[in-house]
Ligand binder design. Structure first.
Ligand code: ADP
Ligand code: ASP
Ligand code: MG
Length: 403
């Protein structure tokens, strides 16, 4: 007997027909002699709809109340799925995040799981029940509901799998695996039969939303067997694992992130300690900074540009504008019409010419690069948002069609 965790995303549980389809997958797994824990997301666009509803009433609602609201979406799906499974003759029980023992830190809307106490889930499994858990939510030390960030149900699933010592964690979604690029942008993208945790973590962090990046981080840390599969087809999916043969792969995928903004702090004094002042101020406000570029100092001034998540752009502008006197810059520019496009591959570091090939693809497509950042296993460029689909297609074509 194996213990299997199955997570179903929003489109997989969007309506009655799809819930029945999910219930069949779950009960087939159970009847094959396995213990099954299911993690569900909110149905379809429920989370977005809740966000829009809140915005009608309050432009800046408190994060605490947003978490109370958003967590309701997953609670609807979990009970509907439990009821549907009951109609197929199996016993199922639904549990909220706190009932399932998911304890988080205090950061509403982006909480991190600190600990999972699996006793309740374990005892329900011991009674022969299928356990359905609300994804994306937990409880903090003040006994308040928290949520884990958009796409966080994947992380719930991996955390539950790790805490129960599950044999497998399956992420069921609307594509049948991890592809070399988002198949919605690049229809001829290739499905990967497997990918390493490290490459998947980079892809997810760089915008491939097929897996929540923290779920991959956690799967690597606790060595959880992770698989991405479709709930609509029975095709084999993609295994995410520790790997060595993948090193042969130069580039394993292309990712795009439209949720970026570029900030330029123009004409700062060109003297020691300036970057420290700017970035420690942003760190104090918990603003995540990504690519950083500093111009060559000239006439005793320099410009520092960097990217932040788009929803931090306004706060970044405010924080910097309030510190204008102290930092001594002349001007500030904020551009939210930018996107980051990246290539990821474990074999990149040992292969020269990968960057040149990526830049050639962009040049041929007539796309201007605004910023570049590289690491051992990725190269990212910042470009105009309107060019981002064209860029993904051109880069993908260069690396995956020309070989
Ligand atoms: P779910 O609701 O099941 O969690 P998501 O929308 O979060 O599903 O993630 C699945 C989507 O991820 C796919 O529909 C696809 O458009 C997108 N995606 C982005 N990059 C990739 C990739 N490299 N491989 C597969 N899917 C990707
Ligand atoms: N419902 C949440 C979201 O839309 C969490 C998830 O689906 O993973 O982001
Ligand atoms: Mg998702």
């Amino acid at each position: 007997m194996s213990l299997i965790v199955q997570k179903f995303g929003g489109s997989s549980v969007a309506n009655a027909e799809r819930l029945l389809n999910v219930a069949r997958i779950v009960t087939d797994t159970y009847r094959a002699g396995n213990e099954v824990v299911v993690v569900v997301s909110a149905q379809g666009d429920t989370t977005d709809d809740f966000i829009a509803k809140a915005a009608e009433l309050n432009a800046r609602p408190s994060k605490r109340e947003m978490d109370v609201l958003l967590s309701a979406g997953e609670q609807i799906s979990m009970s509907l799925l439990a009821m549907t499974i009951q109609t197929l003759g199996c016993t199922a029980i639904s549990l909220t995040g706190w009932q399932a023992g998911i304890q988080t830190d205090i950061n509403y809307s982006e909480a991190r799981i600190r600990k999972v106490k699996p006793e309740r889930v374990r005892s329900e499994l011991d009674r022969g029940r299928i356990v359905i858990i609300a994804g994306f939510q937990g409880i903090n030390k003040q006994d308040d509901i928290t949520t884990l960030g958009r796409g966080g149900s994947d992380t719930t699933a991996v955390a539950i799998a790790a805490s129960l010592g599950a044999d497998l964690c399956q992420i069921y979604t609307d594509v049948d695996g991890v592809y070399t690029a988002d198949p919605r942008i690049v229809p001829n993208a290739r499905k990967l039969t497997e990918i390493t945790y490290d490459e998947m973590l980079e892809l997810a962090s760089l915008g491939a939303q097929v897996l929540h990046n923290r779920s991959v981080e956690m799967a690597k840390k606790y060595n959880v067997d992770l698989e991405v599969v479709s709930s609509f087809t029975r095709n084999p999916g993609t295994k995410v694992k520790e790997g060595s043969d993948m090193e042969k792969m130069n580039v394993s995928g292309v990712a795009r992130d439209n949720n970026c903004a570029r900030i330029a702090v123009i004409n700062l004094p060109d003297e020691p300690g300036v970057a420290f002042k700017v970035f420690s101020l942003l760190a104090k406000h918990k603003i995540n900074v990504d690519i950083i570029l500093q111009s060559v100092g000239k006439n005793r001034v320099k410009t520092i540009s960097f990217t932040v998540p788009q929803d931090s752009a306004e706060e970044t502008r405010e924080v910097l504008a309030n510190a204008k006197g102290q930092l001594g810059f002349e001007d500030l520019s904020v551009n939210t019409e930018v996107a980051k496009v990246s290539i990821v591959g474990a074999g990149m570091a040992s292969n020269s010419g990968v960057a040149a090939k990526m830049f050639e693809a962009l040049a041929m497509a007539g796309i201007n690069i605004r910023m570049i950042s590289t690491s051992e296993i990725k190269i990212s460029v910042l470009i105009n948002e309107e060019d981002s689909e064209k860029a993904v297609k051109a880069i993908h074509n260069k690396f995956f069609s020309e070989e």
